[in-house]
Structures are given as C-alpha cells and as structure tokens.
Design a protein around this ligand. Structure first.
Ligand code: ATP
Ligand code: MG
Length: 271
C-alpha cells in the first residue's frame, strides 16, 4: 500500500486555498489506522538507509522545514519519522523568538548558518517563515517589509537548491478544534503541563489571521525547487505516514550512490 502524497503538494503559482485541504483528510491512504501504523516502521528503516547513503556520498544535502500552529505536531513528527536515524548526520534546529543580536540583523542572518552541509539533513523546527507569519500577524514590521520577504525567501531557497540542497517544506495542518483538545490535554495532564504556554492562547485567538498568513506564505513560496506540502495533521499516525513517505520518496529519487570502495578489497582477511 502506498501513500499518494502528491495531492498535498502545493503547485507553484496557483491560487492555493488552505481550506481545500481538510485537517482530518486521509484520502491519500487506502488503509486504516492499524495498517497505516504498520507502514511507519518500514518507512523509518528506508529513511535510515537513505540518510546513511546521503552521508556516505557526502555531496548533497537535505533541508526539511516544519511549520505548524502550537500543538500542531512538529515535535511528534521529528520523534516518529526520524526515530532511529543516525544522529551524526541529522540536525534539528529550533527557531524561537529572536534574540536582540538576531533582531539587529536581517531575518535570514540567523538562518543561513544552520542550513545542512554536504551529506547532512537539517530539520528546521520553525524557520524563516516565522518572519512572514507571527511577524505579520503581530505587525512586528511594516506590511511593505514583510511583503517583500516572499520574493526574498524564494530567491534564498532557489540559491540553496541550485547549490545542491533538496528542500521540502511541511505545514502540519491541524483544525482549531483539534488544537483545543491538545492544549486542554496539556493543561489537564500534569506530565504534559510543562509544554503549555499561556501565550499559546493569545496566538490561538488570532487563528484566522494565522490561517490567512499561512495561506499566502504557502501560495507565494511553493516552488518547484522548494515545494510546500500541506499535511492533514489531526491524526498523528496519518501525519507521520505522509511526511515519512514524502521524505523517503524524495531521497530515493535523488538516486544516491555509495562511494566506490578502493579496488581489490574483496576477500581480504583481517588478521
Ligand atoms: P513547543 O511545541 O514546545 O511549544 P514552539 O516551536 O512553539 O515549541 P516556543 O518556545 O513555544 O516553541 O515558541 C517559540 C515562539 O517563537 C513561537 O511563538 C514563534 O512564533 C516565535 N518566533 C519564532 N521565530 C520568530 C521570529 N522571527 N519573530 C518573532 N517570533 C518568532
Ligand atoms: Mg509553543
């Protein structure tokens, strides 16, 4: 059974509307939850193999961008999809509120040093997209300034792609109802309470503004070399299945070859 994830890929320069994708959708996979969960482990193993090959080849790079509303499942995806992948070749980078030094520079200044190097996978947990999302919703810079950023981000990502980085961007799309359930669970469960942040409620109150900001950001910056996937994320297993299969298919399409070993090694016995 395969996952038809192409339906969640946002085509460049289209009139993309966020409500075209239902956060509870599961139409890309014919099986049920139990069948879906069974597929995650083999995907995981393929991802480990591909990542090892990428590392061994040492020539190309993979950048994974994760964006979501609070409790949208960014941490869950990282845990489930990258489980067992060799930590040597994978880096998770979290972009939090910028520091004063970061704010004293252009918004890509803090991002560029963290893009993956040869053979590496970098996972951005939030990213430069915050600079057209929260920054827009809270009016942290004038509209004319964040509007210019779409073109700047397209150019930045195009440069990275031309220089050998494969870029995949995921918006984990949860419904407002599902977010309420998850935030409530964080408050009610003492073991999860540390994850809860009062500020999350202020952001939740601006849900419609965030959806408008996400919709425009995705529409403006989904390109052939750096596509966005809008992943239905109300069900964790389905979200993991979609993200995992996009990653594995993209890595397999890269046709990574292990380096040629030195000639004549076969049959040598180590004393
Ligand atoms: P968690 O799942 O643990 O809540 P998180 O990614 O939400 O993880 P937090 O520390 O709760 O991490 O929140 C980080 C906050 O920083 C987010 O509200 C995000 O929007 C904000 N942020 C990130 N980048 C920027 C930026 N460039 N300008 C302003 N705020 C930013
Ligand atoms: Mg948070």
């Amino acid at each position: 059974m395969t996952v038809d994830h192409g339906r969640y890929r946002v085509a460049p320069r289209t009139d993309f509307a966020l409500d075209a994708i239902d956060p509870a959708d599961r139409s890309a996979f014919a099986g049920d939850k139990a069948e879906g969960k069974k597929l995650i482990e083999p995907l995981n193993v393929r991802l480990q193999e591909c990542q090892e090959a990428l590392y061994a080849e040492g020539k190309r790079r993979l950048l994974v961008v994760l964006q979501a509303m609070d409790a949208g499942g960014k941490d869950g995806v990282i845990r489930a999809v990258f489980e067992g992948v060799n930590p040597q070749g994978v880096r998770v980078v979290c972009f939090k509120r910028p520091t004063p030094v970061e704010l004293a520079h252009d918004y890509l200044w803090r991002v560029h040093p963290h893009v993956p190097g040869n053979g590496e996978v970098a996972i951005f947990n939030r990213s430069h997209y915050e600079d057209v999302l929260i920054v827009r919703v809270h009016g942290l810079v004038p509209a004319a300034q964040w509007r210019r950023r779409y073109a700047q981000i397209r150019a930045f990502e195009e440069m990275l792609a031309q220089e050998g980085t494969t870029i995949l961007k995921f918006f984990l799309h949860v419904s407002k109802d599902e977010q309420r359930e998850r935030l409530q669970a964080r408050i009610d469960d003492p073991k999860k309470r540390w994850k809860f942040n009062r500020g999350d409620l202020d952001e939740r109150a601006r849900w419609a503004d965030y959806m408008a900001a996400y919709e425009e950001a995705i529409r403006e910056t989904s390109t052939r070399h750096a596509p966005w996937y809008v992943v239905p994320a109300d069900r964790n297993w389905y979200r993991d299945l979609v993200v995992g299969s996009v990653l594995v298919d993209a890595l397999e399409a890269m046709d990574i070859r292990l380096p040629e070993p030195e000639a004549g090694l076969e049959g040598i016995k180590v004393e």
